[in-house]
Design a protein around this ligand. Structure first.
Ligand code: ASP
Length: 350
């Protein structure tokens, strides 16, 4: 634990997991390599101007987010649980590649949250002149520390703060690999926008039922979930391998448009087989915006009849995290189905 500055004001824990934000160019190899977290703090002296206490916790080893595993999400949850009473908010520095998966996962793993958990990162390393890392980090810290007139956190949610926009974590997806606006939340408006001031969209931010409650940290995840992305030309063998895999307990079917799939008999018959094997089949659209409605087209209706569950307007990242979480909580598949259909953390609009 690295302690920077002590005051009676808000206390923030930065959890540095890895990613571009903490990298610099290795001159010899001409590749990006992680550097010591204390150098991040040197690079952002502005953080010292906040009258906050800012401490840091660094993952060892640091992880390029392409290597993120559910065990890392458990580690993040453990650190937050362990330090929950000591801090007013948590900022997780994370690579952008899988940030939306991690933010989705943490949103389900923390139930009854009363404090902000804000993910951020950057497209350019923080040491480079045009870096977006500084702005992202400073805004994330300010949002994590923000309190209302009653002393409650303004954003007690798991979020992604990127390019001046605060998004609900389980609504965001990475959509651009080289633009500073790397994330979008197409199906839910921003929770805040950072301009000269940070403007909070308070009416749509989730609040706990009891501000004094200690959240429950769920750390059991069941990862026996696959994703089937439909495409013209997909073969029966591929569909069968994914839908009917022996290990698989649930499959997210990434369908076309408003939840449509091929109407070919071989396809529907494989869907029926998988449903009869007791597998959960969750329909999520490939479209970046909008959701699933299996009642519009015959092709969607046949899926519903074959036993496919509506994923509404969920992102794939959030659907995966929700299934990992629910399968980890409930051995009974009917319980999983019941909760899958509910909006648990603001992840779906019904
Ligand atoms: N590959 C990096 C990562 O996701 C990219 C980034 O940090 O944005 O860890």
């Amino acid at each position: 634990m690295n302690r920077m500055n002590i005051s009676d004001r808000a206390a923030i824990l930065l959890i540095y997991t890895g990613g571009t934000i903490g990298m610099k160019v290795d001159q010899k190899e001409q590749t990006l390599k992680p550097f010591n977290f204390s150098q991040i703090l040197e690079e952002v002296p502005e953080l010292g101007k906040f009258a906050y206490r800012i401490d840091s916790y660094t993952f060892n080893p640091l992880i390029d987010s392409s290597d993120i595993e559910p065990s890392h999400w458990v580690r993040m949850a453990e650190v937050i649980e362990d330090k929950y009473d000591e801090y007013d908010g948590f900022v997780i520095l994370h690579g952008t590649d899988t940030m939306a998966y991690s933010a989705s996962a943490l949103s389900f793993m923390i139930e009854g949250q009363t404090k902000p958990v804000i993910f951020t990162g950057s497209q350019l390393p923080i040491g480079t002149p045009r870096t977006d890392g500084k702005e992202n980090l400073i805004s994330a810290v300010e949002i994590a520390a923000a309190k209302d007139s009653q002393g409650h956190a303004v954003v007690p949610e798991v979020c992604i703060c990127f390019d001046n926009i605060l998004m609900r974590g389980n609504r965001a997806s990475k959509v651009n690999s080289d633009n500073f606006r790397a994330f979008r939340s197409e199906n839910y408006p921003p929770l805040a926008e950072a301009g000269i001031n940070i403007r909070y969209n308070t009416g749509i931010i989730r609040k706990p039922s009891d501000w004094n409650q200690k959240p429950i940290f769920h750390k059991t995840l069941d990862t026996r979930v696959s994703i089937l992305k439909l495409h013209p030309g997909i073969t029966p063998q591929t569909v069968s391998d994914i839908l009917c895999g022996k290990e698989t307990k649930a499959v997210i079917i990434e369908t076309y448009g408003s939840g449509n799939a091929p109407s070919k008999e071989w396809f529907l018959s494989l869907v029926r087989d998988a449903a009869e094997m007791g597998k959960i089949l969750l329909n999520v659209t490939q479209c970046r915006a909008g959701g699933v409605n299996m009642d519009i087209y015959a092709t969607g209706k046949s899926l519903k009849t074959a036993g496919v569950t509506n994923g509404y307007d969920s992102t794939t990242e959030s659907a995966l995290a929700k299934l990992f979480y629910l399968l980890g909580q409930f051995p009974d598949i009917e319980e999983v189905r019941k909760y899958l259909d509910l909006d648990l953390r603001g992840e779906i609009s019904k």
